[in-house]
Design a protein around this ligand. Sequence first.
Ligand code: NAD
Length: 254
Amino acid sequence: MGNLLSGKKIIVMGVANKRSIAWGCARAMADQGAEIIYTYQNDRLKKSISRLVNDDDHLIECDVASDESIKAAFATIKERFGQVNGLVHAIAYAKKDELSGSILNASREGYALAQDISAYSLLAVSKEAEKQDLLTAPASIVTLTYFGSERAVPNYNVMGVAKAALEANVRYLARDLGEKNVRVNAISAGAVKTLAVTGIKGHSDLLKESQSRTVDGVDVTTTEIGGACAFLMSDMSTGVVGDVIYVDKGVHLI
Ligand code: NAD
């Protein structure tokens, strides 16, 4: 327990269950004194997150596929909590059949869906937060990306392309929100066994390969990823802008 984030209110989008990277981020930030406001995708996800967060006031529905849903969620947050200091975007989606084999099998529709949910949604939530004056400066937005944006990782396909777009979004958003004292960064996390990963064909090989490439042969944890997120949310990182920080125990090096 520390007080790096005491007095800060932070929105965390993307907790599905206790394995979620967003949950690791939320816990690490709460441990540093932050008040966490959670958004969940739909009723099914609400059931699951309610097992972790026993406080309905801090649970707000937000489906990033819908501008109306984002608008309503942020209006509720502003009304209930006032302005907030940060937002963690830990959301991605692609159809299972887009995450196997050759990228030559990518469909126009599947490609667009992966881009919409996994990359455009960062712009959508940043735009709406700005429109509703939801963030109070100095503020920080953090998203989650993966190394498959830079390398052709087996089966990752349209999601790798979406992550490349997401990282570009981080840079453009960081430029355009900078003068408002809102920083935007991404964490490139190592592979972790979450619900999202199980959609990738051969995910157990991906996880094994990733573990074997860490510098000490031990997987990165959501607690470690959360620690970096807490740092990026804090005023200790005001010089870090528009960047992608690896939290993968060196997998990208080797
Ligand atoms: P997860 O399945 O726990 O979380 C994914 C979340 O995205 C879920 O909570 C889901 O409800 C949410 N989501 C999907 N579509 C949505 C929509 N339309 N509206 C609102 N929410 C929606 O998996 P995770 O691995 O913790 O994923 C979190 C982020 O971390 C993703 O961006 C993922 O790509 C990224 N990431 C994961 C890994 C990994 O190995 N698990 C590595 C690097 C980056």
